[in-house]
Design a protein around this ligand. Sequence first.
Ligand code: ADP
Length: 617
Amino acid sequence: MLPTTIRFRLIAVILAGIGLIALLFEFAWLPRLDDLVTEAQAREVGREVEILAESIVPYMLSNQLGAIHETLSQVEFRYDNWAALHLVTPEGRKLYPISSVDLPEGPEIITRSAPVTFRDTTLGTLTASIDIAPQIQRFQSAQRNMVLLGAGIVALILAGVLYTIDRFLTRRLVQVARAADAMALGKYDVTLPDGRDEVGTLARSFGAMRGQIQDQTERLEQARARSERALEARSRFVATMSHEIRTPLNGILPVAEMLARTDLDAEQRERVETIITSGNALSSIVNDILDVSMLENGKLTLSSRPMSPARLVSEALDIVRPSAEAKGLTLINRFEAPQDMTCRGDDDRLRQILINLLGNAVKFTERGSITLSGAAVPAQDGQVRLRVEVSDTGIGIPPEHLSRIFGRFEQVDDTTMRRFGGTGLGLSIVRGLTEAMHGTVSVDSTPGQGSRFTLEIPLAPAILRETRSTSDPVQTARAQRAAKVLVVDDNAINRSVASAMLKKLGHDVTLAETGREAVAASARSRFDVILMDVHMPELDGLDATRQIRAGGGPNAGTRIVALTASVQARDVDACRCAGMDDFIAKPLSFEALIAALDLVQAADIAEPRQPLEMPNG
Ligand code: ADP
């Protein structure tokens, strides 16, 4: 690539001009000059021969051959370029030179003749041949010297012009360009050129613009910092509030679950069911708020586990079936995927998406059916494309609301909330989660006829390991080997809830009230698993875990599962850094406990440890 600087272009143009002039001079101008010189010489020689012919007339009349010789030889001698001089009588007798010498010929030889006459009588013919080569050479070299001088002067002028351009234009423009580059990197103090000329004006305009941009950038930066602080404060508030709400829920839900498993009369059972339903509703609102906060802050962590799309779909349908049946709606499964087809993905989050869409379909449909169709098909890029359509025959969504319903707190109208309840967060979480999985979700709907939500998500292929059984999980869990579990929690209610649930599952439970007690207990005897509360006074769960791991005691390699109400990504990271293996969100559920202890049993048969992953919601 040729350089594109102004300096280079200018030099190139001027050199090309000089080259063209040199070529024109050499091939057009010089030959033309040669011709002019030759013509002038020929005229000159013609005149001189005529004069010479006149001057020898008296000698010819008096037949003074000696005088003729004298005159002509003197002329020949005087002009060294006179190559030959011949004087011949009309009868053809050569009077000069006496010896016979031929007239020379050639392109640079000019030959001119003049008659020697007296009163109309021709006495003879005088012919002169002149070599003009030396003259042409002298002339050409003078011309070349002139051109060289001209070129030297042009070169000097060029150097002057270049210096001026460099000094007053290029360098100052480069200075402006450097200031612009530095500004792009956030440096606003690079000096700009001054001056009253055009470049100075340009630099001043640029400086003014730079000042404005700097002001705006600083204001934006301050606004961004303020909003980041506000966002941070809000997510801290959300985390704290959700922790505070989950902690009492942990005292309500598991206790109610246990109560529901005891002998109760119909009225008592109904009330306990109400506690469980309301508790679950509250828990899911807290989860939704947390999810929205995590999606907003980009702090959501997705896991990647082997999972079966067909099972995922039927699990989601099973969850909404009771509420659909309670409203007399038909739930149709038209999903097509082989039972043994496996992929990798966050099954908990995918289930959450499906339950959200199915839950809405049930909620907004009074009669008719809800159909889940779609397929999981291997795509060309080696991935599995999961496509799910959830269609209902419900109230539908007016076209003007279709683009808004995926926004936060968006509901079709206020009456929706009064009639159907809900927070307006569900679909925004669906969209956030789908996009986090690089998928898309869309809707089309006809008011009064129904809606159809379409979900497309790419999943990585995997081989599924059969681990779960379809029978009652509590019964199945009881059938497994009793594990020795250390439960560490500073809250007495939490301790007794966890202890009761674990005992129900047939495990041996040891309780510790503080991190210090946990370290001491794990130095004394070996446990199969330690369920560790994270937030505790004095020595928290993270430090207690570090001490147990570093102590080299019997539990240095034991599975330690965090037990906490804070389920944000940074809490998961903190647990992982402290050396914990897994994470159970409060309020405790049998399912989560069984899953955590399942892994202990699996580890006994030399399965690799599962990575710490975000629990569901
Ligand atoms: P919520 O259901 O808690 O109100 P969502 O974000 O899940 O919040 O849904 C937002 C709104 O979209 C709902 O309030 C409702 O107006 C509309 N909507 C969602 N799904 C359906 C559906 N299947 N049929 C009709 N309207 C729906």
